[in-house]
Design a protein around this ligand. Structure first.
Ligand code: C2E
Ligand code: MG
Ligand code: MG
Length: 583
C-alpha cells in the first residue's frame, strides 16, 4: 500500500464516512482531488492514478505531472478540457447532487505513451480548503504508435456529441436542446435576454498565416476568453470560427468590449478581430433559430468593418435581407437584360498624364430600385456563389466596348477586370477570359486581370495555377488593393504579378503623415526591384499626384482624374483631357 505522504492538508478527510486513503484504494479506477482555482494543485491521488501513468508510486506520478491538474492533461487537450469542465459546471444546477462534468482527454505516461482517459468530476466546497474537484478517472485505451507527432485530429471518437471536440464548449446540438430551458428560467425571473452570434473576421487569413494548428489554437483561446467573460451562460461553438451565446441583456456592451480587447491582443503581431451580432429575445414570440438567424445577419452587416465590432439587429437589416434575396433571385435576369452595366475608371500615367488603361467597375441599374453600387451586391453574390454570373456579364461588355473603340478610334486602351476570390473557385477564369477575348477577336494585351489581395489567402494552390495559366495564355495579372490585407509582403514572394495596385488607404492623410509617404515610396522601389509596375489607387488631389511623381510611381487612378463613368464618357470627354496611349 502507498504511504500517502503526498496528502496535502487533507489528512483525516472523510468521504461518505470512510477514511479517504482506504476509500480511494478500493476504487476500480483512478481517483484524485485538486484545487479548483489557482494552480489547480493536486492534493490527493490514489494508487491507480500512478498505474495509469506507468509510475511506481503516487509520488513519482505527482513529480511527473508537476503536481497540478493542467500538468496531467496532454498539452494539446488542455484548453479544451478546462473550457469543457467549466462550461458544464457553470451551466448546470450546482445544488443538484448528481451534477458533474464529464470529459475525455489524453495523458502521456512515464514512457511517453499517449493514453485516452474518461473523467467524471464534481465540484465540492470544503469549508477549510475551498473549492475542490473530486475526480474519478477510467482509462479507455492507450494508443501506442497511433498518434501523429503533432497530436492533431486524434480526439477520441467517444467524445460526446454534446461537446465540441476542438474547444470543449457545448456543441450546436447541446445548445439547441438547452436554450429553451435557459429562456424559460429567464422568463420566470423577468430577465431580458439576448442571442449573440460571434464570428472571427478573416479567419482564413489567420489559418493561412499560422497554419491549421495555429488556427485551432486561436479558436481554443477565443473559446476560453468567451468562457471567461460569460462564465454563467450557455455558450457553444457552432462551426469553424462561429460561436453563439445566450446571455442577459444587462451590461452586455461592457462584456463584449472586454472580449474584443482580449481577442485582439491574443496573437502578438497580428490583431484578431472578433465581431458580434446581437438579437434581443422576447421569450414569447420568437423561436431560437429565428433569433439566431437575426443575430447572424447583424454580425454579417459589420464584417470587414474596422469601426464597429458589435451590432444589434434592427429592422433596417431586414430590409437588407430583402435586398439580398432580391439580388440572388434576379442576378440572371439582370445579366441577361442589361441591368448590369460597365462603368470605367481611367488610369493615368503619372509622368505624362496620358490615359494608359481603364478599370471596368460594374453598376446594377435596377428597373425598380434604381442604381445599386457594387457594395450592395458583390458580397451577396459572392456568398451565394453566383458572382461568376456578374463577372461573365462584365467581361462580355468590356470586350464588346474594346471592339467598338478599336472600330471608332482605330486604337483602344486596355481594360482591367476584377475577379472575386470565389469566382476563381467556381469558374475557370483563364478559360473564360481567353474564350471571350477570342470570340470578340481583340488583342490579348487589351485585357488585364485584377486579383484582390485578400483572395490570395483563400486557396494558394488554385491561385498560383490561375495566375500561371493567365500568363501562359498571354494576359497580364495585377494585384489589387495591395497592402489592405495582413500578408502583403509574403505574397510578393510567392506569386508573379505584372502590376501592383497600391491600396488607397496609404494615401489617406498622406499630406500630414511622413510615414505614409515613406511607405508609398518604399513600396514603389520594392515593386520596381521586383520588375513590377506600380499603380496607386485613390488619388484625389494634385498634391498627392505631385508626390507620386517625385517617388517615381508609374500610374495613378482616382477621383482627381475621374470617378467610374460610362463608356461613352470615356471615349468622349475623358480622352479629350487625358489622351489615350496608342497601341
Ligand atoms: P476596386 O477594384 O479596388 O475598385 C476601386 C473602388 O474604389 C471603386 O469603387 C472606385 O469607385 C473607388 N475609387 C476609385 N478612386 C477613388 C478615389 O479617389 N477615392 C475614393 N474614395 N474611392 C475611389 P466601386 O466601383 O464601388 O467598387 C468597389 C469594389 O467592388 C471594387 O474595388 C471591386 O473590388 C468590386 N467590383 C466592382 N465592380 C466589380 C465587378 O464587376 N466584378 C467584381 N468581381 N468586383 C467588382
Ligand atoms: Mg479593382
Ligand atoms: Mg482596388
Amino acid at each position: 500500500m502507498d504511504s500517502y505522504d503526498h496528502l496535502i492538508g487533507i489528512e483525516g478527510l472523510q468521504v461518505m464516512g470512510i477514511d479517504l486513503p482506504a476509500f480511494a484504494d478500493g476504487l476500480p479506477g483512478g481517483f484524485f482531488i485538486y484545487e479548483a482555482h489557482g494552480e489547480e494543485r493536486i492534493l490527493f491521488a490514489n494508487r491507480q492514478m500512478a498505474d495509469i501513468f506507468s509510475c511506481e508510486s503516487v509520488n513519482e506520478f505527482l513529480d511527473l505531472v508537476g503536481g497540478t491538474f493542467p500538468g496531467l492533461v496532454y498539452h494539446h487537450d488542455r484548453l479544451r478540457v478546462e473550457n469543457s469542465i467549466w462550461s458544464q459546471i457553470n451551466s448546470g444546477d450546482s445544488s443538484d447532487p448528481s451534477h458533474r462534468d464529464h470529459v475525455t482527454y489524453r495523458v502521456v505516461d512515464k514512457n511517453g505513451v499517449l493514453r485516452y482517459i474518461d473523467e467524471y468530476g464534481r465540484l465540492v466546497q470544503d469549508t477549510k480548503l475551498g473549492d475542490l474537484f473530486f475526480v474519478f478517472v477510467a482509462e479507455i485505451s492507450s494508443a501506442k504508435g497511433a498518434i501523429a507527432s503533432d497530436g492533431r485530429n486524434l480526439v477520441h471518437p467517444h467524445v460526446s456529441v454534446d461537446v465540441d471536440a476542438l474547444t470543449g464548449l457545448p456543441s450546436m446540438r447541446y445548445y439547441h436542446s438547452h436554450t429553451s430551458e435557459v429562456l424559460a428560467r429567464a422568463s420566470i425571473e423577468g430577465t431580458p435576454m439576448v442571442d449573440v452570434y460571434f464570428d472571427v473576421d478573416h479567419f482564413r487569413t489567420i489559418n493561412f498565416r499560422l497554419g491549421y494548428e495555429g488556427g485551432d489554437e486561436v479558436l481554443q483561446h477565443v473559446a476560453s476568453i468567451l468562457q471567461d467573460c460569460f462564465p454563467k451562460d450557455l455558450l457553444a461553438r457552432f462551426s469553424d470560427d462561429h460561436f453563439v451565446l445566450v446571455t442577459r441583456r444587462e451590461g452586455l456592451e461592457d462584456r463584449l468590449t472586454h472580449v474584443h480587447d482580449r481577442v485582439s491582443r491574443m496573437v502578438s503581431g497580428m490583431p484578431v478581430e472578433i465581431k458580434a451580432g446581437i438579437f434581443e429575445l422576447s421569450p414569447n414570440d420568437v423561436t431560437i433559430p429565428f433569433a439566431h438567424d437575426r443575430a447572424k445577419v447583424a454580425c454579417n452587416a459589420i464584417k470587414g468593418r474596422y469601426d464597429q465590432f458589435y451590432r444589434f439587429y434592427d429592422d433596417s437589416l431586414s430590409i437588407n435581407e430583402e435586398l439580398r434575396d432580391y439580388i440572388i433571385n434576379h442576378i440572371e435576369q439582370a445579366a441577361e437584360q442589361g441591368w448590369i452595366r460597365n462603368y470605367y475608371q481611367p488610369v493615368v500615367r503619372v509622368a505624362t498624364r496620358t490615359c494608359c488603361s481603364v478599370e471596368a467597375l460594374s453598376r446594377w441599374f435596377d428597373p425598380e430600385l434604381g442604381m445599386l453600387p457594387p457594395a450592395q451586391y458583390i458580397h451577396v453574390l459572392e456568398e451565394a456563389r453566383l458572382i461568376h454570373l456578374l463577372d461573365r456579364a462584365v467581361i462580355n461588355r468590356s470586350c464588346a466596348d474594346i471592339k467598338l473603340t478599336l472600330k471608332r478610334l482605330g486604337t483602344a486602351v486596355p481594360v482591367s477586370l476584377n475577379f472575386s476570390p470565389s469566382a476563381l473557385a467556381i469558374v475557370d477564369v483563364p478559360a473564360l477570359v481567353d474564350e471571350t477575348v477570342r470570340r470578340y477577336d481583340i488583342p490579348k494585351k487589351l485585357v488585364h486581370v485584377e486579383i484582390t489581395e485578400s483572395s490570395l489567402t483563400e486557396d494558394p494552390e488554385l491561385l498560383r495555377s490561375v495566375i500561371k495559366r493567365l500568363h501562359t495564355l498571354g494576359y497580364d495579372v495585377w494585384m489589387d488593393d495591395f497592402g489592405s490585407g495582413y500578408s502583403s509582403l509574403n505574397l510578393l514572394k510567392d506569386y508573379d504579378f505584372d502590376v501592383l495596385k497600391v491600396d488607397m488607404e496609404f494615401l489617406r492623410g498622406m499630406e500630414g503623415n511622413k510615414k505614409s509617404r515613406t511607405i508609398v515610396h518604399s513600396i514603389t522601389n520594392l515593386a520596381h526591384s521586383l520588375n513590377m509596375t506600380t499603380l496607386v489607387e485613390g488619388v484625389e488631389t494634385e498634391g498627392q499626384l505631385a508626390f507620386l511623381n517625385t517617388v517615381g510611381a508609374d500610374r495613378a487612378q482616382g477621383f482627381l482624374f475621374s470617378e467610374p463613368i460610362p463608356y461613352e464618357a470615356i471615349i468622349g470627354d475623358f480622352f479629350l483631357r487625358y489622351p489615350p496611349e496608342r497601341l
